[in-house]
Design a protein around this ligand. Structure first.
Ligand code: TRP
Length: 461
């Protein structure tokens, strides 16, 4: 039967698990990626599709990831192998873990580069660099940073070291101790930002933009927009690569997975919407463009901060908030591979974190060079950083999600999942089982194939 504890340690309480998983989920995905992606696809209708993906696909898959992790009690690779062996199924299921490690390296490499931008901007805001800045100057400031490979390397390195430092200290004294104070700080900062934006910006316009669906724009972008909404849900909830699975492996057996998942997903979604309510009021009050892409918060927000009362202080707070959010996420991306290195290579925790972090750091250098010295090299019209972002969120994570759903819904016996999800066969359990067996795999597969243009290519759409 399932071992009761992990060799890596355990969360001390269910709340610690929820904070850690919410810390993983809440990150650049919510505050940087969600607003600009919603902006690119026209606002409200995208948000609606996103919410449907979180509820119908994200929540059941998150429950599946946590329960697999808790039954296996190891890194995702070994968890999948152990669980498959126990059911007499091919050990090739451990490939799911390997795919997650690959996705993790790709994500962490560009994630750390973007987190580096937020570090740079926190320092700039504190130094008063935004005061009186206009659109041209702000664009020039952003281009100046992104075009400066050495500067990007310095910030990327600092952020990766921060990440490695936490993971090196282990589950109890590293991960748990840091989320315990960072998550509350993050909520307070975010609330301050929303109140400030509502007071100094155009809250009404932001609310209309985020919540009044414009289906024309969504239809015009078609399958690509739906795939982006689903990819955003996977990315934002940290699903499909084993981060939530490894966090689940440190969760006590008596804690409710369903209730924890609802809290984590609700927190993540609330933060994404609040981030929109902190950002768009400032964007609209200053007549700026909501659909301006990845530069949205870095180019448009400084203009707004530069004009508003207390802008230097609140600008600093905003970018500090982003750093904290990114930090509690990046540790969860590094954790699966670190756990695996400890289990299979006999590394100490410190050595494992350093080796894993160094790998992502090297790959990150390729990402940051793709923004300047190597910007002429493109694959499918995208530089390396954009390509890693697109490939992971829109392809690898959904694929991982399908496999997790199939494993939890079809490979594991009903009794095993029932045992993890409370032991009594209630309607809630039957709903989960229906979603994980049929709805989630089919919906993710359809959205994925449609989004990459397969149906169009074979003349079905
Ligand atoms: N969810 C985080 C964010 O929104 C990023 C993240 C952390 C992640 N762990 C992950 C994304 C695992 C995919 C998979 O910023």
């Amino acid at each position: 039967m399932a071992t009761t504890v992990s060799i890596h340690g355990m969360w001390s309480t269910r709340l610690a698990f929820i904070l850690a998983a919410a810390g993983s989920a809440v990150g650049l995905g919510n505050i940087w990626r969600f607003p600009y992606t919603a902006g690119e696809y026209g606002g409200g209708a995208f948000v609606l599709v996103y919410l449907l993906c979180v509820a119908g696909i994200g929540i059941p898959i998150m429950m599946a990831e946590i329960l697999l992790g808790r039954r296996g009690r190891q890194s995702p690779i070994n968890t999948m192998r152990t669980l498959a062996e126990r059911e007499g199924k091919p050990v090739a299921w451990s490939l799911l873990g390997w795919m997650g490690i690959l996705a993790g390296f790709l994500i962490l490499s560009f994630y750390s580069v973007i987190a580096g931008w937020t570090l740079a901007y926190a320092v700039r805001a504190a130094g008063g660099a935004f005061t009186g800045i206009d659109a041209t100057a702000s664009k020039a400031m952003f281009d100046g940073l992104v075009g400066d490979g050495e500067r990007l390397l310095a910030w990327h390195t600092i952020f990766m070291v921060m990440t490695v430092m936490v993971v090196a200290r282990g589950v109890a004294s590293g991960l748990e101790q840091s989320v315990k104070w960072m998550m509350p700080a993050l909520f307070v900062l975010l609330l301050v930002m929303v109140v400030y934006a509502g007071w100094a910006g155009d809250l009404g316009a932001a609310v209309r933009y985020l919540f009044a669906p414009d289906f024309a724009r969504l239809q015009e972008k078609g399958g690509e927009a739906i795939l982006s909404a689903m990819g955003q849900a996977f990315f934002s909830l940290s699903l499909g690569m084993g981060a939530i699975m490894v966090y689940g492996s440190y969760l006590r057996h008596d804690a409710s997975i369903a209730r924890s998942t609802v809290m984590i997903a609700a927190t993540d979604t609330t933060v994404a919407l609040l981030a929109g309510l902190a950002i768009f009021p400032m964007v609209f009050a200053h007549g700026l463009e909501p659909g301006s892409g990845p530069g949205l918060i870095f180019v448009t927000l400084p203009i707004a901060f530069g004009e508003m009362p207390g802008g230097a202080l609140f600008g600093t707070l905003f970018f500090a908030l982003l750093v904290v959010a990114a930090w509690t996420s990046s540790i969860s991306i590094l954790e699966p591979v670190s756990a695996w290195l400890v289990e299979n290579r006999g590394f100490s925790r410190v050595r494992a974190a350093i080796i894993g972090g160094a790998g992502a750091w090297l790959l990150g250098i390729v990402c940051l060079l793709s923004l300047n010295h190597w910007s002429e090299y493109e694959v499918a019209g995208k530089g390396v950083l954009d390509l890693f972002d697109y490939l992971t969120a829109n392809i690898l994570l959904p694929l991982g999600g399908i496999l997790i759903a199939i494993f939890a819904g079809w490979v594991l016996p009903r009794a095993a999942t029932l045992d993890e999800l409370g032991g009594t066969d209630r309607p809630g359990y039957r709903l989960w089982r229906f979603l994980i067996r049929y709805v989630a795999p089919a919906a993710v597969a359809l959205v994925l194939l449609n989004g990459i243009g397969l149906f169009k290519a074979i003349g079905l759409a």
